[in-house]
Design a protein around this ligand. Structure first.
Ligand code: SIN
Length: 522
């Protein structure tokens, strides 16, 4: 039996914790806010998995590879797609109920990049919320010790063996050091790096930043997915791709269906293609958002109750008129490099879900593969966390260990006001220069400007930091690393579009016009 510490309470973390406990490990799950506050809860479309006899794992694999710009690892994708049916069966066994069609079978949705209807959904477009409720109920009934409102400060490494031996945490009352035989990071992505994002406030890349400081290998940080359709109002709430799957179309402000000229699959082209096409259409109309016309969908409000609530809250009636939409940062394809069981390059440290890079997404994630990823790799990691070392094998006190190019000690504590200002600045730099379209000049300027901010405040948590300050330093570190990765990849590939290498794109025609970088009206 190992002492397993899981950081993060979304689908990947909850699955890893539940399965580790089922296998007899002593499990603690730590989450920055309440268990219900992860990004999982906001997932609308559903879970992509093969459950229909007319569909096949081979087709799911091919769709995932094509969407990834053929940059995904086929071996990893095979594991992901082949494990889908078993993980869905586990959810059924745990009491999760998906929406059914009138004949009683699963009501399968379709999304961009999929050649078949294979998206299981619940509550119409409330899949993430209902999935999280089911997982939370199981966690509460399990032997997993859940610690809420507690943030990851840093990882602790054994100075002799280099093995991760625990974590430093900041709880509501104090900082604490917690020993563990295995630390599983399931901390999600870093959508909050960007001015416009569909991600909740918790998405600040804390696990990836801590892994970087600990010297773990990361990869593909330049592959940031921008969801094509967020509602163009403050907060940019997600408008699920499943809405286009049910027939909604995109129009420019002249009423033209511009996606027909962009890709043979039009609105259901892979996500990166649609997002860039929207940005170009916006550039042609002075940066103003495009329109999503869903008025032809008969059961629009019952099929999409969560989106309907956002649309209504913004004062619109989308059953009668098209709504204004814009791309927004949505998902981090890169992250902490792992093998297919979640092992990182650092012994004792594991990673699963959005913070990990198993190779399943390549340069562009296929729609609704993210909940599946959390289920599959959360399950797999539980089977290896106990394999090396056990309780009592720690030879001495553990140290934080910072990668050589990080400043070891930040120069000043960050006040709440300074942290807030810094975050605004980071989000603007990232949106303007490291967004949907990048070039060497902008990326070089971004690295210089972020570097100046880092020189002032550091990228390492300070002993006096509160959670907001820790998050801000993490965002700064990730912003720099993302911009550096984007500068190094001089080709366009999937979601990474280099305006100064327009012929490098492999999955779609080269862009014809400049991209919009700031959706006015948002
Ligand atoms: C959506 O519903 O469009 C989001 C699903 C996903 O990110 O895969």
């Amino acid at each position: 039996m190992a002492r397993v510490l899981v950081v993060g309470g979304g689908v990947a973390g909850a699955t890893a914790a539940l399965e580790s406990a089922r296998l007899g490990h002593q499990v603690t799950l730590v989450t920055k806010r309440a268990l219900s506050d992860s990004a999982t809860r906001y997932a609308q479309g559903g879970i992509a998995a093969v459950t229909d006899p007319t569909d096949s794992v081979a087709a799911h694999v091919e769709d995932t590879m094509r969407a990834s710009a053929h940059a995904a690892s086929r071996e990893a994708v095979q594991v992901l797609c082949a494990s889908g049916p078993d993980r869905i069966a586990d959810l059924h066994g745990g009491g999760m109920r998906f929406d059914a069609d009138p004949a009683g079978g699963p009501a399968l949705g379709r999304e961009g990049g999929h050649t078949a209807r294979r998206i299981l959904h619940a509550g119409g477009d409330a899949t993430g919320r209902i999935l999280m409720a089911a997982l939370i109920e199981r966690l509460r009934a399990s032997r997993v010790a859940v610690v809420e409102n507690t943030a990851l400060v840093d990882l602790l490494r054994d100075p002799l063996s280099g093995r991760v031996r625990g974590v430093e945490l900041l709880g509501p009352a104090d900082r604490v050091l917690v020993e563990a035989d295995a630390v599983v990071l399931a901390t999600g992505g870093a959508g909050r790096l960007y001015r416009h994002t569909t991600n909740p406030e918790v998405a600040t890349g804390d696990g990836v930043a801590a892994a970087l400081r600990c010297g773990a290998e990361v990869r593909d940080l330049e592959f940031v997915q921008f969801h094509p359709t967020a509602l163009a109002v403050p907060g940019t709430p997600l408008v699920s791709e499943a809405v286009r799957g049910e027939g909604a179309v995109l129009l420019d402000e002249g009423g033209q269906r511009f996606m027909l000229a962009e890709h043979p699959d039009a609105e259901l082209a892979p996500r990166d293609v649609v997002a860039r096409s929207i940005a170009r259409a916006m550039a042609e109309q002075g940066g103003r958002p495009v329109l999503l016309d869903a008025t032809e969908i008969a059961d629009l409000e019952t099929r999409f109750p969560s989106v309907t609530a956002s649309v209504r809250a913004a004062g619109f009636d989308w059953t009668r008129t098209p709504v204004r939409v814009t791309p927004a940062a949505h998902y981090s394809m890169g992250g902490i490099r792992t093998d297919l069981d979640g092992r990182t390059s650092v012994p004792g440290l594991f990673a699963v879900g959005e913070c990990a890079s198993t190779g399943v997404h390549g340069a562009n994630r296929l729609a609704s593969n993210s909940l599946l990823e959390g289920l599959v790799f959360g399950h797999r990691v539980a089977h290896v966390v106990g394999e090396e070392g056990g309780a009592g094998s720690w030879p001495g006190p553990a140290d934080r260990s910072y990668a050589s190019d990080e400043s070891p000690v930040p120069t000043v504590p960050l006040t709440a006001a300074a942290a807030g200002e810094l975050r605004e600045r980071i989000a603007d730099i990232m949106w303007e220069r490291v967004g949907l379209s990048r070039d060497a000049t902008g990326l070089t300027a971004a690295i210089a400007e972020l570097g100046t901010l880092a020189a002032r405040v550091g990228t390492v948590p300070h002993p006096l930091d509160d959670v907001a300050a820790i998050e801000t330093r993490n965002l700064l570190l990730l912003g720099i690393r993302t911009a550096q990765a984007a500068l190094s990849r001089t080709e366009s590939l999937g979601a990474h579009h280099r305006a100064d290498a327009p012929d490098g794109g492999r999955t779609h025609p080269a862009p014809r016009r400049e991209l919009a970088t700031d959706p006015r009206g948002v």
